[in-house]
Design a protein around this ligand. Sequence first.
Ligand code: PSU
Ligand code: MN
Length: 308
Amino acid sequence: MTSEPDLITVTEEVQDALAAGTAVVALESTIISHGLPRPENLRVAAEVEDIVRSRGAVPATIAILDGCVHVGLDERALDQVANRDDVVKVSVRDIATLISRGGSGATTVAATSHLAALVGIRVFATGGLGGVHREARDSWDESADLNTLAVTPVTVVCSGVKSILDVGATLERLETLNVGVLGFGTHRFPGFYLTDSGFAVDWSVDTAQDVADVMHARGRLRIPSALVVANPLPIEEQLDPDVHDQVLEEGLRLASARNITGKDVTPFLLDHFHRASHGASLIVNEQIIVRNAELAARIAVADTQPNS
Ligand code: PSU
Ligand code: MN
């Protein structure tokens, strides 16, 4: 026995599911702490867990609390992630430092993917990936989500990359980094708040089983990178494109005028969207996350069927 405290706590429910080989879906926590306003953030986090359960999978929301990684959060832990002011946004490079200081943090797509793969979770749901920011030629701002997905064998269900980004450049980077991209029921890459980002995807699948088949083949071939399943919103649920374009332009202008940089850019722009669209983007964002969690659960179930 060592006196070192545990770095990672996996809830019994998640541990049991992993040991039994039944479906588990990882969920990120930056969405909760930095992507959605209070009090909707906690309600959405709980709703997302419910939908995963209703499709026969175990939800495993991942976060760091008081120096320990938690895989699977109970009601109290979820409440802390949603409401504590000392919860910082954590990418892969921050995890170890934060833990050694006993701090608390919410994990991004990058950090959540890393930790999910570490404990053996194969499917992960989020809203939209980070990517290459507009003006990246000058700012060099590219999300660590991309590099991490290049070396992390996990299936990530999302609605494309956030529309605040340079979508074309992000797709080029995903290609360079060997990250697989499948359109779910579409050949168009989704644009997060918008159904269609204006870019095509090479591969399209129609069912959760199709995705599980690709996962299985990737595993047998030891492909080391992530598989992105891009799940668009139905057109009638997307944000009004005119509102989208106007709010985005305004947000980018404000971010630059206020010198917002680094990891503050994404939370700033999402918050601007929610306020400037008078809550319309919030409703759309919630739909995105819930729909992706639902699909991720079905993929996780298909992945764990004996014949897949
Ligand atoms: N998608 C959302 N809301 C979010 C994010 C994604 O719907 O808040 C978060 C994710 O955690 C993603 C992060 O990993 O934004 C990217 O931040 P950055 O651009 O600083 O890498
Ligand atoms: Mn960044």
